[in-house]
Write a protein that binds this ligand. Sequence first.
Ligand code: PGA
Ligand code: ZN
Length: 430
Amino acid sequence: TIQSIKARQIYDSRGNPTTEVDITTKDGMFRAACPSGASTGEHEALELRDGTSQWHGKSVFKAIKNIEEVFGPAVMGMDVTDQKAIDAKLLETDGTPHFSNYGANAALPISMAVARAGAAALGKPLYAHLGALSGRTDVMRTPVPCMNIINGGKHAGNALAPQEYMIAPFGAKDFAEAMRMGSEVYHHLKSILKKAYGIGSTSVGDEGGFAPPINNPRAPLEVIMEAVKVAGYEGKVGICMDTAASEFYNKETKMYNLNFKGEEANWISGAEMADMYMEWCREFPIISIEDPFDENDFESFAVLLAKVKAAGLPTQIVGDDLTVSQAERVQDAINKKACNSLLLKVNQVGTVTGAIEATLLAMSDDWSVMVSHRSGETEDVFIADLVCGLGTGQIKTGAPCRSERTAKLNQMLRIEEETGMPFGFDSWTA
Ligand code: PGA
Ligand code: ZN
């Protein structure tokens, strides 16, 4: 049972404040920290910030107070192995569906620390506890790490509109080999960029990928494939994209600005964007496209998904800002046939139980699920255990660079070493 809860303000990988919680039970102290997005979806659970003149308005002392004076007392004495009951109590205490009163950044680190405490109480590793909580013990596996090696959008200081270009070494025999392939391609890409774009082109963005001075959204696909070829992994490495298109959508004109950070705008329609994606998918081994359209543009999502399927392409269409890891939005996307893959970010929903619910609902309609970090991360590796426990077979947690990213990747190396659990995602085959 929970004996005490302490909270503090710490710093995330962008140097902004975030929340951290210590929960004490008879088994010891269990800690968790909250991540934070930059290209956040408008339907995400509330990230409560103080809005004062300090820390550019981003301090989280109200959330800290809510942990210690509101949520803490509400769950004190509860059984940490009953994750569902504790998460339900957090929601009931808030009194809104998505923590609009006291903040998901207050609720989530409690929920995560409870999972750690629950695992310890049961004498299990965290991944095994999360596997059991989701009823997926039999299918636990290490995931294909989708490594974000070129950064644009809100995560980089260049003019590139799409936010993420990732490599997915699906043809590896295990997680350790996938990491080797990713690391090798990453460093080949570094040399290629340096040659092609010169000094300054190998600086990295928020998620550890390079942020070269490119604004043509097709160019990264070419340099990445060159790096994959030089590394000798053609046919074994796919490309995943996250366009994060809500960031450059105009709600009035319903148009997308493919040069939203550059000087001259380049507006195109949803239909034209869909054609562009189809062209890219035919030319490059693109196995995943996330948020290809605005977060409320279910119609364009559905058009693209139908086109991809009709063309027999393997590309999954992933909802992130569209679905925000919440069961209601996932159900909406299922009804509208808008996507066939869920990006799972625990702080978009605010509890571990909520994240598991969204996952199981998505899987009930045969979607894939990609577990995800945020662009603002901490040294907490919770999602590494989560993805192995849920056995979804896919994670994105940045480049094989920057410790808040490699912390998660390294944790999965340890899990593989300890368990020898199977690797990969079945529909992605070499
Ligand atoms: P965010 O970016 O954490 O800044 O939202 C990640 C993503 O869009 O997937
Ligand atoms: Zn995204």
